[in-house]
Design a protein around this ligand. Structure first.
Ligand code: ATP
Length: 141
């Protein structure tokens, strides 16, 4: 297994920003989205980018994601797709699965299906900005 391989599923605002940053940090990133336009936009910035429905087990298996260090489920609005993808990734044996949740309940379900780390981007960013606003070093913003 090669070190530092990440799969980012869902190349919306959050997923694409995360994927680009991982590439800038020197990691290999496979981006997946069912929307061809989203994939086209990212294809020259990521190591690989493919158009695929992440809830399709055959597709996920054929991409070899089980050997990746980490897979991030960055699907938000389509909660069903987010949960199915997360289950699938854990089932095929991905060691670390991180998933974004849009609500506490969504996050609870993701935890119950075995997701290793649930993130709440909007909530966490709100907290971070509040801390930055009251910090003496406003230049950090
Ligand atoms: P963001 O705020 O990051 O833009 P969001 O929370 O609005 O995203 P969505 O728009 O639901 O989340 O999903 C992000 C991306 O995930 C979209 O580009 C969408 O095409 C993709 N996506 C949704 N379902 C699937 C799926 N089953 N397989 C692959 N990609 C998917």
């Amino acid at each position: 297994m090669k070190r530092g391989q990440y799969a980012v599923i869902g190349l919306g605002r959050f997923g694409s920003s995360l994927a680009k940053e991982l590439v800038d940090l020197g990691y290999e990133v496979l981006g997946i989205d069912r929307d061809e336009e989203a994939v086209d936009e990212m294809s020259d910035q990521l190591t690989h980018a493919v158009v695929a429905d992440a809830t399709d087990e055959e597709v996920i298996r054929s991409l070899g994601i089980r050997n990746f260090d980490c897979a991030v489920v960055a699907i938000g609005d389509d909660m069903q797709a987010s949960i199915l993808t997360a289950i699938l990734l854990k089932d095929i044996g991905v060691k670390t699965v991180v998933a974004k949740a849009l609500s506490e309940l969504h996050g609870k379900v993701l935890t119950k299906v075995g997701v290793d780390r649930v993130i709440y981007p909007e909530r966490d960013m709100g907290i971070r900005v509040a801390h930055q606003l009251v910090s003496p070093n406003l230049l950090d913003i």
